[in-house]
Design a protein around this ligand. Sequence first.
Ligand SMILES: Nc1ncnc2c1ncn2[C@@H]1O[C@H](COP(=O)(O)OP(=O)(O)OP(=O)(O)O)[C@@H](O)[C@H]1O
Ligand SMILES: [Mg+2]
Length: 342
Amino acid sequence: MIKIDRLTKRYGDPETGPLVLDSLSLQVATREIAAVVGPSGAGKSTLAQCTTLLERPTSGSIVVNGDELTGLGARELRLARRRIGTIFQSDGLLSRRTAAQNIALPLEYLGVTKAGVRARVGELLDRVGLLDRAHHYPHELSGGQRQRVGIARALALRPTVLLSDEATSGLDPDSTASIVALLAELRDELDLSILFITHEMETVLAVADTVARLDRGRIVESGALVDLLRDPDSELGATLRPHRAAQQAGAGEAPWRVQYGEDGVPADWLSVLAAELGSPVSLLGASIETVHGRVVGHATIGLRATDAPLTVAALRRLGLEGVPVSQPTAAPARARALETAS
Ligand SMILES: Nc1ncnc2c1ncn2[C@@H]1O[C@H](COP(=O)(O)OP(=O)(O)OP(=O)(O)O)[C@@H](O)[C@H]1O
Ligand SMILES: [Mg+2]
């Protein structure tokens, strides 16, 4: 359980330094993945760093597992930090240590016996599906595998809280899907509270229980993912729904995002497109709004045709701009939970 209350952070001078987090409050319950999204510079990484007190908050309180971290002395803080695992975009592995040796690090620092380290590292490698990669060096592993080693290392001291800052950014969709599925399993098996920072909306859909949108150091919107998707007035919902629509593509269908032109779009564009491509087109989701007196709209469609340049050209002739959507598949448990929400 993480409970952040009125966290304010100014870098440099506590009175006059730039205000990066502005009285921010946020809770992450046990067995919950709370996604934090927001534009670059919004303060997401600062939030993660303040949560471990790697950066000292200027004011406010951070309670992890019942301990108010800002009030702890150095020794107690060290102990409290063991219960917080962190994973970052750059996996932070030591390049001259094997996967097993990297995972062993936090245990060695604690003075765990050799036999104890070996047993625990074996368990962790097994849990993240890397038993057969134990003796590989980081450069001999894929990005997704390196991230798994990072997760195993973060779990070594049996934390109750995981902080993940862009842990899936830069991974291909399949690796991302397997990492988020792993995190969702770990949440349930180990009763973790996971603060999951990302800018990838597909990943939010695949893994988040709750979502908070951070803008200039403030949480401007938050709620349960399911509620946000249902809420017609939610900005987060509006951003997430097209991605959700793309996930509804059937087997053998590729989801595409299509933007309507300013001159509107022929009413029968779906059937015209299907005829031009010579294969069926399904409508997965669509929205039309009037912004500053202009009609703007987009749709998500499922295509069986595979020739992207041909598809783009056919869309253009209809006054539409289209791009294929690549995305991780939702972790199965989450996907089921979301089915009712769309
Ligand atoms: N150590 C630091 N000293 C001074 N200013 C900093 C420091 N770290 C971050 N900042 C500033 O704080 C603001 C928030 O940065 P932060 O890294 O938390 O953003 P972010 O939301 O993680 O962005 P991104 O999505 O690009 O990772 C930025 O304006 C940044 O320049
Ligand atoms: Mg960041």
